[in-house]
Design a protein around this ligand. Structure first.
Ligand code: C2E
Ligand code: CA
Ligand code: CA
Length: 849
C-alpha cells in the first residue's frame, strides 16, 4: 500500500509547524508504519495506513477498545504495557491530550511484537485538535519504527529486519546449526588462506539469568549477543551461529584483538544487568588447520569452552590437545558414575570431630567414597567433574539420604547419635530446593535437625548471589546448623562473615603449613582465629595432622578439630565402634570461647603477613587521613576498590566528604572522632555516597585509629557496600507494616515494571509456587485468571493510582489453578523512598467476608 498523499502532507505539516517539538530529531527520518484514526465517542477505529506483515498487530478497522485490549495482551512487550496504557487508555485519552505539555500531543516509546517473533522499538504519537482538521473526540495515532535510533541509544549496532527465517534464528538473526556449518565450509573454501578459527561461546549460568532477571531480559541478552556477533559478520568476514539457549558459535579469521573486543562487549553487556560476576561469558577457540576436519575443530572449540567455564580467570581459552584427553577422562567419569550410583558403589566414610580439651567426639563429617572394581576413586577426582556438569546433586542427594538412614538406624539400635555434617555443593543450591530436601529427609527418617549439619564451601558465598544467602537463612530458620567450609581458602572476608549469620566456620589447618614457612602460617591462623572470635562464631579446624598443630590450636583457644592426627575418614562400621560407648560423646554442641579482642594496631604492626593473605582475610581495606574537614583515602586494596565499585574512583579519593549528603558528612566526622576515642573497638557508621549518576551507594564503614602524623590523623578501615541490603531493609520495614501473607514488590527500573514475590502467600491461595506466580505476574499471564472486564479495570485503576502515587485497595476474583475461584483483596501502597527501585508494595490476601 502506498502512503496516502493527504496524510503525508499532514505528517510534514505537523512536524514542521510544531517547531517547539524535537520529535523530528529522534524520529530521525523514520517514516511511520501505521496510522489510525480513532473516534473516541463511538469507540471506532479506522486504519489509514499500515505496513503489511511486520507487527503482530491487528491493524484493521473496528472497535478501538478491543484493539487496545488485544495490543496490551498480545502486542506490546510485557514490560512496556504500562507505558502503552498510560498513552492510549481510551477513558482518559482526551483529557490527557488537553492537559499535555505540548497541547494535543502525546507520545511514548515502547516495544511492539513482530510477526516473525521478537520485538521492535516504536514511537507511538497521538494527536488531536482543530489545527489538524480533526473533529472533537477524534484522535490520530502514529506508529514509528525507531529501532535504529533506540539501538544506537542503547549502544547497539544497526540490525536489518530482512533475513531468511529458514536459515537464521529469529531472535539473534544468526545462522541455525546446519546453515552455520554449510556457510562456514563455503567461506573457508572461498578463502583457504585465511587463518580461520571457530569460537564457541557460552554465557555461564545463563539459566539463572532468566530466573533472576526474567525471561524477557534473558531473551534480550541473547538478542544483544546476537547483535555483537552480527557486527562481526559485517565487519570481519565472520559467520555467526546460534544453537539455542546460550549456545553461540562464530567462524572468523583469527584476530586476538577482535575476539577480545567481542568478549568485552558481551561481558560489559551482561554486567550491565547489575550485580553478578556469575554471568560471565566463556570463549573456547580452535584454529582450523584442515577444512576437512571442520566438525572436529568445532568440537575442540567446545572443549576449550568447557575449560574457559571452569576457570574464573581465564575466560578465553585456546584449544590444546591435553584438554581433549582430560575431557575424555571426564566423560568416562560421568558415564561410570551413573552406573556406580545404581550399583551402590558409592558410599560415605565418616571422619570424627573432637572437642580438644575433653577429647570427646562432637560429630563427624560424611565424605563420599567410590569403589570402582575394588579400586577407590578419590572425591577430588570425581567431585569437581560432577560439579562441572551438574551431576553433583544426584550424588549429594543420595549421600544425604544415606546419612539420614544411618542416623535412624543407629537410634533404632538404641544408641546415642552424634551430629553428622554433609557437604552441600553450590550447584545443589542453584538446582534444587536444598532446605526442602533436608526437611523431607528428616521428616521421612524422623530425625531432629540438629543431627544433620550442613557444610557449604566458602567459595559459594563469593558468588554474589542471593540464593546461597537465602538458602543459609532458610536452613537456619529450620534449625539446621550451617558450617562455612574451607574458610580462608578463597574470597571471603570477615566483613562478609559478620553479615552472613553462620553457625560455624571451618578452617583448614594447612594455613599452619603455609608455604612451608611455619611461623608465618601460624600467625595467619592465629589472626583468623582471633578475628573469628570477635564476631563470636565457633570454629572447627580440620586437616590437623600433628601434635604440634594440635597443641598450638589448643593454645589459641580453638575447641574443635578434625584430622588425620585423630582419624582418617573411616567406614561407617568402624565409626560406630567409636561411638558405641556414649561416654566418648560430647553432645553440648559447638560453642565459642570468647577471647580478648586484638587491637587493630597490634594487627597492623605485624609485618609477617603476606599482603595477599591479609587481603583475602580482611576484605576491603583502606587507609584514611583526616585533617580539618578534609578526609582522604590514602591507600586502599583491590577488594576495597571492587567493593566500592564507583566509576572514576581515582578522582574521588581526595576529600571524600564531598560525596556525602550533608547529614552524612556530620556522621562521618562523628565516626572518626569516635574511633579516636575508642581505639580498641573503633567506630562504625552507615554512610551514603553520591555516585556520579546521582544515586546513592550505602556503605557500612568501620574506622580504627592509627596515629597522628604531621597534624593529620590516620585511620584504617573497612568498607562494605550494602546498597542492596539497604534497599532490602527498607522493603522489610514496609513488610512488617502489613499482616497479609502475600507480598509483592513492584520494582521499576528504566520504566520497566517487574513484580517480585516477597512472600509465599500466593502459593497457597493459587496453588502454584512462588516462582510460577512471579512468572505469571511478569508475563501478565494472570490476566487469563481474571474476568475480562476486570483486567481492564484493574489495570486502569493501577495505572491511575501509580501516576498519582496513591494507595489503593481492590477486590477481585481470581481463578485458582484447580479451577475454582478465590476472592481476593489487593492493597497497593507506594514506597516513599527515592533510593529504592521498589516503587509499590502490593499485598494480596484472601478476602474474609
Ligand atoms: P572437604 O569438605 O574440605 O573435606 C575434607 C577433606 O580433607 C577430605 O578429603 C578429608 O579426607 C581430608 N582430610 C581430613 N583430615 C585430613 C588431614 O589431616 N590431612 C589432610 N591432608 N587431609 C585431611 P576427601 O574425602 O578427599 O574430600 C575432598 C573434598 O571432596 C571434600 O573436601 C569435599 O569438598 C568434597 N566432597 C567429599 N565428599 C563429598 C560429598 O558427598 N558431596 C560433596 N558435594 N562434596 C564432597
Ligand atoms: Ca566439608
Ligand atoms: Ca574443608
Amino acid at each position: 500500500m502506498k502512503k496516502n498523499k493527504k496524510i503525508q502532507d499532514f505528517y510534514y505539516a505537523f512536524f514542521n509547524n510544531k517547531s517547539g517539538i524535537t520529535i523530528r530529531d529522534y524520529l530521525d527520518g523514520a517514516s511511520y508504519d501505521a496510522l489510525g484514526e480513532i473516534d473516541l465517542n463511538k469507540d471506532e477505529l479506522i486504519i489509514r495506513y499500515t505496513v503489511s506483515d511486520k507487527y503482530f498487530a491487528p491493524f484493521f478497522d473496528g472497535s478501538f477498545s478491543s484493539l487496545y485490549d488485544f495490543t496490551i495482551d498480545n502486542v506490546v512487550h510485557p514490560n512496556d504495557c504500562v507505558i502503552y496504557q498510560e498513552l492510549m487508555n481510551p477513558k482518559t485519552l482526551e483529557k490527557r491530550l488537553s492537559q499535555s505539555d505540548t497541547p494535543n500531543f502525546l507520545h511514548a516509546s515502547l516495544r511492539y511484537r513482530l510477526k516473525e517473533g521478537g520485538y521492535r522499538w516504536v514511537e507511538q504519537c497521538v494527536i488531536t485538535g482543530q489545527e489538524y482538521g480533526l473533529r472533537e473526540g477524534v484522535v490520530l495515532f502514529y506508529v514509528f519504527d525507531i529501532e535504529t535510533k533506540k539501538n544506537r541509544e542503547l549502544g547497539v549496532v544497526n540490525r536489518d529486519i530482512t533475513f531468511d527465517v529458514q536459515e537464521r534464528d529469529t531472535v539473534t538473526r544468526l545462522y541455525l546449526e546446519k546453515p552455520f556449518f554449510n556457510h562456514s565450509l563455503e567461506k573457508i573454501e572461498e578463502s583457504p588462506d585465511k587463518k580461520w578459527c571457530f569460537i564457541s561461546i557460552d554465557i555461564e549460568h545463563f539459566r539463572l539469568f532468566d530466573e533472576w532477571y526474567g525471561i524477557a531480559a534473558g531473551t534480550n541478552l541473547i538478542a544483544h549477543v546476537g547483535l555483537f556477533i552480527k557486527k562481526l559478520e559485517e565487519e570481519h568476514d565472520a559467520i555467526g551461529g546460534y544453537f539455542g539457549q546460550d549456545d553461540f558459535s562464530v567462524l572468523i579469521p583469527y584476530d586476538k584483538e577482535v575476539i577480545d573486543k567481542l568478549y568485552e562487549d558481551i561481558r560489559v553487556y551482561t554486567m550491565s544487568f547489575g550485580t553478578s560476576v556469575g554471568f560471565m561469558p566463556a570463549f573456547g577457540i580452535c584454529l582450523i588447520d584442515d577444512h576437512n576436519k571442520m566438525m572436529e575443530t568445532f568440537s575442540h572449540a567446545s572443549v576449550a569452552c568447557f575449560y574457559a567455564k571452569s576457570d574464573i580467570k581465564k575466560r578465553i581459552c585456546l584449544y590444546d590437545i591435553n584438554m581433549h584427553s582430560k575431557s575424555e577422562q571426564e566423560y568416562r567419569i560421568l558415564v561410570d558414575f551413573i552406573e556406580a550410583l545404581k550399583k551402590h558403589e558409592i558410599t560415605f566414610f565418616l571422619q570424627p570431630q573432637y572437642q580438644i580439651t575433653t577429647g570427646k567426639i562432637v560429630g563427624a563429617e560424611s565424605l563420599s567414597r567410590w569403589f570402582n572394581n575394588g579400586k577407590l576413586i578419590s572425591p577430588v577426582d570425581f567431585i569437581p567433574v560432577l560439579e562441572k556438569y551438574g551431576f553433583i546433586t544426584d550424588l549429594d542427594k543420595y549421600i544425604w539420604e544415606e546419612v539420614c538412614k544411618f542416623q535412624r538406624d543407629w537410634i533404632d539400635k538404641g544408641y546415642k547419635p552424634v551430629p553428622i555434617s554433609v557437604n552441600v555443593s553450590q550447584v545443589d543450591i542453584f538446582t534444587v530446593d536444598v532446605t526442602n530436601i533436608f526437611l523431607e529427609l528428616i521428616n521421612k527418617y524422623n530425625l531432629t535437625p540438629n543431627l544433620i549439619k550442613i557444610e557449604i564451601t566458602e567459595s559459594a558465598y563469593s558468588e554474589e548471589s542471593n540464593s546461597v544467602r537465602e538458602t543459609v537463612r532458610k536452613l537456619r530458620t529450620h534449625n539446621f546448623t550451617v558450617i562455612m567450609d574451607d574458610f580462608g581458602s578463597g574470597y571471603s572476608s570477615l566483613n562478609m562473615l559478620s553479615n552472613l549469620n553462620l553457625d560455624v566456620i571451618k578452617l583448614d589447618a594447612k594455613f599452619v603449613n603455609f608455604n612451608g614457612d611455619i611461623k608465618k602460617g601460624i600467625h595467619i591462623l592465629e589472626s583468623i582465629v582471633n578475628m573469628t572470635k570477635t564476631i563470636a562464631v565457633p570454629i572447627i579446624v580440620e586437616g590437623v595432622e600433628t601434635k604440634e598443630q594440635l597443641d598450638f590450636l589448643e593454645g589459641l583457644g580453638c575447641r574443635y578439630v578434625q584430622g588425620y592426627y585423630f582419624n582418617k575418614p573411616m567406614p561407617v562400621s568402624e565409626f560406630t565402634k567409636l561411638i558405641e560407648n556414649s561416654n566418648h560423646i560430647d553432645d553440648s554442641g559447638f560453642k565459642v570461647k570468647m577471647n580478648q579482642q586484638i587491637t587493630v594496631k597490634e594487627f597492623l604492626d605485624n609485618n609477617i603477613y603476606s599482603d595477599s593473605m591479609l587481603n583475602k582475610i580482611l576484605g576491603a581495606v583502606a587507609f584514611y587521613s583526616w585533617h580539618d574537614k578534609e578526609v582522604d583515602i590514602v591507600r586502599f586494596n583491590q577488594q576495597f576498590y571492587e567493593s566500592v565499585n564507583v566509576p572514576n574512583f581515582d578522582e574521588r579519593l581526595k576529600s571524600i566528604q564531598r560525596f556525602l549528603p550533608e547529614e552524612d558528612k556530620a556522621k562521618l566526622y562523628k565516626a572518626l572522632d569516635e574511633a579516636m576515642k575508642n581505639q580498641l573497638n573503633g567506630s562504625q557508621e552507615i554512610l551514603r555516597f553520591i555516585r556520579p549518576d546521582g544515586t546513592y551507594s550505602w556503605f557500612i564503614i568501620r574506622f580504627y585509629y592509627i596515629d597522628e602524623q604531621d597534624g593529620e590523623h590516620r585511620f584504617y578501615g573497612s568498607a562494605s557496600n550494602v546498597t542492596d541490603q539497604a534497599n532490602l531493609r527498607q522493603q522489610m520495614d514496609l513488610i512488617s507494616r502489613f499482616s497479609s501473607d502475600s507480598i509483592i514488590f513492584l520494582d521499576v527500573k528504566n520504566y520497566e515494571w517487574t513484580f517480585k514475590m516477597a512472600s509465599h502467600g500466593l502459593e497457597k491461595v493459587l496453588g502454584m509456587t512462588l516462582k510460577e506466580a512471579e512468572v505469571e505476574l511478569n508475563t501478565r499471564k494472570y490476566y487469563d485468571r481474571l474476568p475480562k472486564e476486570k483486567v481492564v479495570l484493574l489495570r486502569d485503576f493501577f495505572v491511575a493510582s501509580f501516576r498519582e502515587h496513591n494507595s489503593f485497595t481492590y477486590d477481585f476474583e481470581l481463578k485458582h489453578t484447580e479451577g475454582k475461584n478465590v476472592e481476593l483483596r489487593l492493597r497497593a501502597d507506594p514506597v516513599d523512598d527515592e533510593i529504592s527501585s521498589i516503587k509499590y508494595i502490593i499485598t494480596v490476601g484472601l478476602r474474609d467476608n
